[in-house]
Design a protein around this ligand. Structure first.
Ligand code: IPE
Ligand code: MG
Length: 223
């Protein structure tokens, strides 16, 4: 969900107004995914690198995300959305925010619609490091380490690898998002900043995705 700050600055607004505006996009995308039957949507809300931002912006993002969860979780629940989180729950994440996350997970855990995974204090490299730590601590011998074993130690082992990754705002980078999981994902980069990305932009992206030819390292028609 990139481009909030630049979108706001281009309008003479504060960067934080851009984050506020992004809430509308998020809910449009959630609704649209739900409508067309996308089963899993993962959004990058806060990265392990975002702590480097000015203190005020970090504080805003922590408060804003907490507030958003509290204001909108009932609505997500009524939409049958199952909310989950991936990321490190380290000392930097306020306990009150973790409590709101856990309540939201609990509230929505039996829902059968869209799974909305919020990547918060998430880094793809951190996720791999954390998986390796768990594996080593379990005493698994080196020769038993497989891709499947690593996959089972990621933050949410039940999350399927993404079919499509969309990056908004004209940046052509992965920026530490789902590094392990996106090995064969289709990547789509759009200049649209996140506050302007909504239902229509998602439909355009899905149409482009449908035109892609996914071979997973094989050849067309190969078995
Ligand atoms: C994305 O918008 C939101 C977060 C990473 C929290 P940015 O804040 O990265 O906006 P730009 O990239 O500075 O425009
Ligand atoms: Mg950015």
């Amino acid at each position: 969900m990139d481009g909030n700050g630049r979108w706001a600055q281009a309008r003479g607004l504060a960067r934080t107004d851009g984050h506020r505006a992004g809430e509308h996009s998020l809910f449009e995308v959630v609704e649209a995914c739900d409508e067309v039957g996308v089963g899993w949507l993962t959004v990058y809300a806060f990265s392990t690198e975002n702590w480097k931002r000015p203190k005020d912006e970090v504080r805003f993002l922590l408060n804003f995300n907490q507030d958003l969860l509290v204001r909108r979780r009932q609505e997500l629940h009524e939409r049958n959305v199952r909310v989950r989180f991936v990321g490190r729950r380290d000392w930097r994440v306020p306990k009150r925010l973790i409590a709101r996350m856990d309540e939201t997970i609990e509230l929505t855990k039996d829902n059968t619609g869209l799974t909305l995974t919020i990547a918060f204090n998430y880094g793809g490299r951190a996720e791999i490091v954390d998986a390796v730590k768990l594996i080593m601590a379990s005493g698994v011998p080196a020769e038993k380490v497989t891709e499947a074993l690593i996959g089972r130690h990621l933050y949410d082992p039940s999350m399927p690898d993404p079919d499509l990754v969309i990056r908004t705002s004209g940046e052509y980078r992965i920026s530490n998002f789902l590094l392990w999981e996106l090995a064969y994902s289709e990547l789509l980069f759009t200049d649209t900043p996140w506050p302007e990305f909504g239902r229509d932009a998602l439909m355009v992206a899905l149409a482009e995705y449908q035109g892609r030819d996914r071979r997973f390292g094989g050849v067309d028609g190969g078995g």
